[in-house]
Each structure stands twice: as C-alpha cells, then as structure tokens.
Design a protein around this ligand. Sequence first.
Ligand code: PMP
Length: 403
Amino acid sequence: MPLLQALQEELAALDAQHLIRRRRTVNSAHGANLRADGQDLIAFCSNDYLGLATHPEVVQALQKGASLYGAGSGASHLISGHSRAHAALEQRLAEFMAPDIAHARALYFCTGYMANQAVITALAGKDAAVFSEALNHASIIDGVRLARGTAQVFPHKDYAALEKMLKECTAQKRVVVTDSVFSMDGNIADLPPLLALCEQYDAWLIVDDAHGFGVLGENGRGVLEHFGLQSPNLVYMGTLGKAAGVGGAFVAAHETVIEWLIQKARAYIYTTAAAPALAHALLTSIDIISGDEGRERRAHLNKLIGMFSHGLNLQMWELMPSVTAVQPVVIGENAAMLNIAGSLLNQGYWVGAIRPPTVAPGTARLRVTLSAAHSDIQVHQLIQAINRLDQMSHVAQCFAEVA
Ligand code: PMP
C-alpha cells in the first residue's frame, strides 16, 4: 500500500541517520534505582529531581485521593469535573506563589504541554505579537504555532535582539515567552533584564519553569524566588510531574489572567480534568517541597550537582555550563553518542540520549539529570564511568590520528 510504503521509507531514512527512538519499559516504581526491560539500572535520565515520585507520603496521598474521589474526574472542569481536590490544590499553589505574584491565583492543567499551549494561545490572540526564545521547549513552540498572533523567535538569551524586535513592533499586545531552565542545556534565562524589558515595552512575560519549580529558590518556589522577582507582567508556568513527582502543571498569575484563561484557554476548557487523586497527592508534594524536608532534599541535590560538574575531567567531550540538575555532556555525532549511552547502559547507568531535532545537528548529547534520590556513591560512580569512556575515546582518536 503506497501510503504505508511512504511512511516505511521515511522511517528507514531516520534509522539510517541514527534517529529512531526506542522506548524501554520500566517494570518497577520510577526511583533512582529501577528495573527497565528486565535490567537493574540507576536512572540518571528522569526529571524526578527531588525523588518525590516514590515518596511514601505522596504515594499514600495518591491512594487516599483515589478512595476519596474515585479513579477519574468524569468531565472537563467547566462541566462537572472540577473537584474539591483541584480547588484545594489551586488554592495551595496560589498561596505558595503569592510572594512572587501579586493577587496570585493558580490554575491546574493536565500537563505542562497543555498549560503552555493554553496560556500562549489565550494571551496571544489575533491582535498580538509573540516573541519566543530560540531554545524554548517544543510545547512552547507548538503553542506559538497555534496562537493567532504574529510570531518571531529571538536568539538564545539575546535580549538586545529582542529589544529591537519590541521597538519595531506595532501590534497592540505583546507576549514574550521563555523557558527558565533550558531543558536540554541546563542553563538559566537571565530573567531580571528580560522582565525589565517586558515592563518597559508593556509585554507579558510567560516563564516556563518546568525544571525550576521545586528545585530553585530557598523554599522551592522556583526561578522567580531564585531571582527575587515580582511583577504584574509575569505569567508563571510550573510543571508538577517533575520535582513535584506526580503529574500535571499549573499557571500562577494575577487573578484576572487566570479568569481570562478559564474563559478562553481551549486546552483548559475542552479536555477532561485530570484525576482528582493526582491533585490530592500534589497537596502532599507541595507540603514537602515547601517544608524542611524540601530544603534538605534541595541541599543534597545541589551538593550532587557540584560533585558532578567538578568531578568530570573530559578530553573529548564538553560538559555544558550548568548549575542545575540538568547536566548535558555534548558528544557531537548521533552514532557516537548512542554508542556511549549504550556503553553506560551496559554498566547499569541510564542517561538521556538526546539527538536532533530536540537539539541542533552535531550536538547530540548525554543529558544527565541528577536527583535528590541519588546517593553520593551513585554519582561518584557515574562520574568515573563517563571519565573512563571519554579517556578511551581520546586514546582511540590519538591512535586514529597516528595511523
Ligand atoms: N516545558 C518544559 C521546559 C519541559 O521540559 C516540559 C516536559 N519535558 C514541558 C514543558 C511539558 O511538561 P509536561 O511533561 O507536564 O507536559
């Protein structure tokens, strides 16, 4: 059948470029130690930055939530799916984020992907111009594509280029959108000058803090707390399937923005509400994140980040400068990177193997993610394994050059 044959040919072309992605099946809970495809592994690829996905109190709250509210929500939020658990979570998140957002209100979404789509499309209507950072996450890119306003991409952290675009912009409304922690590089956007620019040019600043919420800031409130920012121009998106260990996402902003999203955001309105049990479990996650245990977990994670970034001693590859839990080691070509990731896997270390189009061609990388659930010894052993492989590649290259 020609339709199938066309797809098969495209898949074969991807395979030839080492771009076919394969899934492993996890047969256990998703902790630092897990079992996947029958192999015991230490996971250095998850976004469970605080180890809450397997925290007994969070798991227990999820079970309690299911017994209180059932398995599913039954409907979308605006019909009958908005439960007491969702309302309580939104109230808790609004109170938690209040120091950073004046008149804060929060809205819970099924996923961060949908939250980005919702907020971008709702704020960037026909009469708006959207300015999107070059290294933004795919969910932002898709939200920008779907928005009815005009779109421009500004170069990575190049706020002078953005200012030029804002100056020339004649649209009535302006929306700037950026990741806080860039998900494949691990570096952090310079939010203070970016926010100043947005205030100067009367633009919304949507901040996707998927990798910062729970992790950054003394109390885990993420990148806004990290920089000490507060502004009515800010619209904050935090995900709850990463550091919070459960699933879903939230937008926190001035109450008027949230009311606008409830009325206008299609990705909020036209979908079944997430299971209330998830919201119930997240109340416990937020208690942990905001309490002493959260502070201890962040302190341990930060110690591991320091250990990893100082412990690598690379000749062939490059560790990207990052002070966050995302620590990318750039290898370069797809095939070489897959070999290295495969070799680490054989030794029991599961690291993210990231290729284009997620990153630029020629910059395939190991995306090591650290978690408070890791022990010092586990991180030390991973450092040694990567250093050894780098050394072996270096020696192999030296021989190849001599030959
Ligand atoms: N934004 C960023 C920066 C992300 O890394 C992710 C998830 N990888 C998302 C948004 C989407 O969040 P979710 O997984 O909750 O859909």
